[in-house]
Design a binder for this molecule. Structure first.
Ligand SMILES: *Cc1c(COP(=O)(O)O)cnc(C)c1O
Length: 422
């Protein structure tokens, strides 16, 4: 099946006489014929559902679809993208361990890594994308457990050199974890370039309608956890499951099985069956929507780049963009629907432009069907001075626009009338 078909057909496959559409199994619990069977379930010797905190049929079908879209051996949905990022690291790192992350990542992930993970003893070491391999590798030591990056960074929009990051990680015997939220598996499947684990905030394009917060972790099954003795939690008995050894008993699905049976069991960041149902609806149209998001964004970026009221435009699909060549390699069919740009006249002009938009709404979100805008300097980063904003890489004039799937001429008309007010 091609990826457009997988969006529709993977996951739930009804048998004779069963409902055509994925049912919502709104049940926390499951019924068994014998206590012996339930005992085997608890020892992970039989597959099946124990309790909806750990797994649920509706959620499982959606996980199967996402695993198929990314080309992985298994997936686990979480209650949010933040939970996916947290569990993806905690599954293989504990107090005293560290990991290397590229610095251009989502702000919420920066806080999670640099503040909360630090407090539980897991240290993040940030690498700048323009560092040499040697400079990045100098960040590694014997307790480094993973490398983390975003395919297309939110909001910096730079494209990760996935093959290079994977090569660095693998030279040090650790996996590469990639947040593929902005690219989606429609435009990039990081496993094909050597990434080992993929995560998503499904809240963004996968849901696509801004209706449900969620996340997912996908396991490629390709990383060999048994080499080098760095991951005893995967290669030695788990006493909380009567001595299960994940790599021995679950093979290629060791990482994702442990994430579920240990961390989802203990942390309980599980999605609801209803949330999974809504996510599945979004996934059915993902390929169609991504095509439109990107073709619209490309046209808007080209318009802005040629407009004399615009100071600068950042979009990986524009020739001359620092990520243009990487985008051609990793995202040949298009990057994403998010653009950032500056209007001439700085902070005041940016505010005036935003307030003049009629179709594009001011929203603290990206990547849904409706075109929306955010001016970080007057909202999410409003406590910073102009100098502090520049130091944080967010100019006072920066506007982030998430291009929706409306008719592109209507989006352009709205931008043109707002620019005319300046
Ligand atoms: C939004 C986002 C997250 C966090 O996901 P939530 O679903 O909001 O918890 C993580 N990574 C990226 C790239 C995001 O855009």
């Amino acid at each position: 099946m091609r990826i457009e078909t997988k969006c529709i057909q993977e996951g739930y496959k009804p048998k004779n006489g069963e409902p055509r559409v994925l049912p919502i199994y709104q049940s926390t619990t499951y019924k068994y014929d014998s206590s012996e069977f339930l005992g085997a379930l608890f020892d992970l010797k039989e597959p099946g559902h124990m309790y909806t905190r750990i797994s649920n049929p509706t959620v499982e079908y959606v996980e199967q679809k996402i695993a198929a879209l990314e080309g992985g051996v298994g997936a686990m949905c979480t209650s949010s993208g933040q939970a996916a990022s947290l569990i993806s690291i905690l599954n293989i790192a504990g107090a005293g361990d560290n990991f290397v992350s590229f610095s251009t990542i989502y702000g919420g992930t920066v806080n999670l890594f640099a503040v909360t993970m630090k407090r539980i003893g897991v240290e993040v070491r940030f690498a700048e994308p323009d560092m040499s391999d040697e400079e990045i590798e100098a960040l590694f030591d014997g307790r480094t457990r993973a490398v983390f990056g975003e395919t297309i960074a939110n909001p910096a929009l730079n494209v990760l050199d996935i093959e290079r990051a994977a090569a660095i990680a693998h030279r040090h015997g650790v996996p590469l974890i990639v947040d593929n939220t902005f690219a989606t598996p429609i435009h990039c499947r990081p496993f094909e370039f050597g990434a080992d684990i993929v995560i998503h905030s499904t809240t963004k394009y996968m849901d696509g309608h801004a209706i449900a917060v969620g996340g997912v972790i996908v396991d490629s099954g390709n990383f060999d956890w048994t080499v080098g003795g760095k991951y005893p939690e995967l290669t030695e008995p788990d006493e909380s499951y009567h001595g299960v050894v994940y790599t021995r008993d679950f093979g290629k699905a060791a990482y994702i099985t442990k994430a579920r049976t240990q961390l989802m069991r203990d942390l309980g960041s599980s999605p609801s069956p209803m949330g999974a149902f809504l996510l599945n609806l979004g996934l059915e149209t993902l390929a169609l929507r991504i095509e439109r998001h990107c073709s619209n964004a490309q046209k808007v970026a080209e318009f802005l780049a040629n407009c004399d009221k615009i100071a600068w435009v950042n979009y990986p699909g524009l020739p001359g963009n620092p990520s243009y060549e990487l985008a051609k390699k990793y995202l040949p069919e298009g990057s994403c629907g998010v653009i950032s740009f500056g209007v001439k006249g700085g902070r005041a002009a940016a505010v005036k432009f935003m307030d003049s938009l009629k179709l594009a709404a001011i929203v603290v979100h990206v990547a849904d069907a409706r075109t929306c805008v955010l001016h970080p300097a007057s909202t999410t980063h409003r406590q910073l001075t102009d100098e502090q904003l520049v130091a944080a890489g967010i100019g006072p004039d920066l506007i982030r626009m998430s291009i929706g799937i409306e008719h592109v001429e209507d989006i352009l008309d709205d931008i043109k009338q707002a620019l005319a007010q300046l």
